[in-house]
Write a protein that binds this ligand. Structure first.
Ligand code: C2E
Ligand code: CA
Ligand code: CA
Ligand code: CA
Length: 279
């Protein structure tokens, strides 16, 4: 947790009960935001649990509203999903993340990997693999360094050909991670059939390390199950030293969380890499 500067920003907090009118207004603003380049991609490092080296980063979208300031994705992603805007926004995040990553790989000579979130609606696109291939080709990124995060709660039943779509992404060379692992209702059989390379332990379990022995048992069991299935494991929401040592000592390979670094604007992320290079 050294040399990775902090970056604090204000988050606009949504009122839970919005009126229909407020939602329409927000939808209009989100369309304008996309057109006016108010969307940003931030990056949060993922570190090797043994060496603390940065091995990759997760691309996380932000909305920099001219009046409201930085708006968190928890607020507008659900709306973007409902309205279908997530399809074009998601493709833009993917393309931006590939281009930024390629630039940093070149500048720092590191095999940095980038993780990009895919929403359910994107996974329904019959041409998703073509979109991903085009983002890979246009940026020149090595597809094996592109990791696509799919949340566990997405069900095979609700998305036609989900397993085939994921396999077609892997055929391009991309990696698939199961995000928010443990929060959905997947059976072990489902996990076994899911064409994935890695499991991402959700922060609801990580948070309770040192607090709740049951959650500690779940984390431990998840890591050993993942390894038995030849899957990698990364933990998110690593906030304190105790989370870090527990996860490392139980064999979790990669860690992501505020203990190491908050999500950073591209220029701050690049400065942080430059700073570490000098150390
Ligand atoms: P997620 O994919 O589970 O991403 C992890 C979230 O945890 C991020 O919230 C990240 O900033 C936050 N986080 C990181 N470290 C810590 C920590 O130590 N403690 C705590 N409490 N939180 C931590 P963020 O950036 O607000 O994103 C929220 C969610 O929005 C993401 O959850 C993801 O589901 C969605 N999202 C973000 N960007 C995109 C995107 O480009 N496309 C899609 N489809 N969804 C996105
Ligand atoms: Ca994610
Ligand atoms: Ca997650
Ligand atoms: Ca999560």
């Amino acid at each position: 947790a050294k040399g990775m500067g902090r970056n604090n920003y204000q988050t606009y907090v949504a009122v839970p009960e919005e009126s229909h009118q407020q939602r329409i207004a927000l939808e209009t603003k989100l369309r304008v935001a996309e057109r006016n380049n108010e969307l940003r991609v931030y990056y949060q490092p993922q570190v090797d649990s043994r060496t603390e080296d940065i091995v990759g980063m997760e691309a996380l979208i932000r909305w920099e509203h001219p009046e409201l300031g930085m708006i968190s994705p928890g607020f507008f992603i659900p709306l973007a999903e409902e309205t279908g805007l997530i399809v074009s926004i998601g493709e833009w995040v993917l393309r931006t993340a590939c281009v930024d990553t390629k630039r940093w790989q070149t500048r720092f000579g590191l095999p940095l990997r980038v993780s990009v979130n895919l929403s359910a609606l994107q996974l329904r696109q019959p041409n998703l693999a073509d979109i991903v291939r085009s983002a890979v080709d246009d940026s020149g990124i090595d597809p094996t360094l592109l990791d696509l995060e799919v949340t566990e709660s997405i069900s095979v039943k609700s998305i036609p050909n989900l397993l085939e779509t994921l396999q077609s992404l892997r055929d391009l060379g991309c990696r698939i991670s199961i995000d928010d692992f443990g929060t959905g209702q997947s059976s072990l059989d489902y996990i076994r059939r899911f064409p994935a390379d890695k499991i991402k332990i959700d922060q609801v379990f990580v948070r309770n390390i040192g607090v709740d022995p049951d959650d500690e048992a779940i984390v431990q069991a998840t890591i050993s199950m993942a390894h038995s299935l030849k899957l990698g494991v990364v933990a998110e929401g690593v906030e304190i030293e105790e989370h870090y040592t527990f996860l490392r000592d139980h064999g979790c390979e990669e860690l992501q969380g505020y203990l190491f670094c908050r999500p950073l604007a591209p220029v701050s992320f690049e400065n942080m890499l430059a700073e570490r290079e000098r150390l």
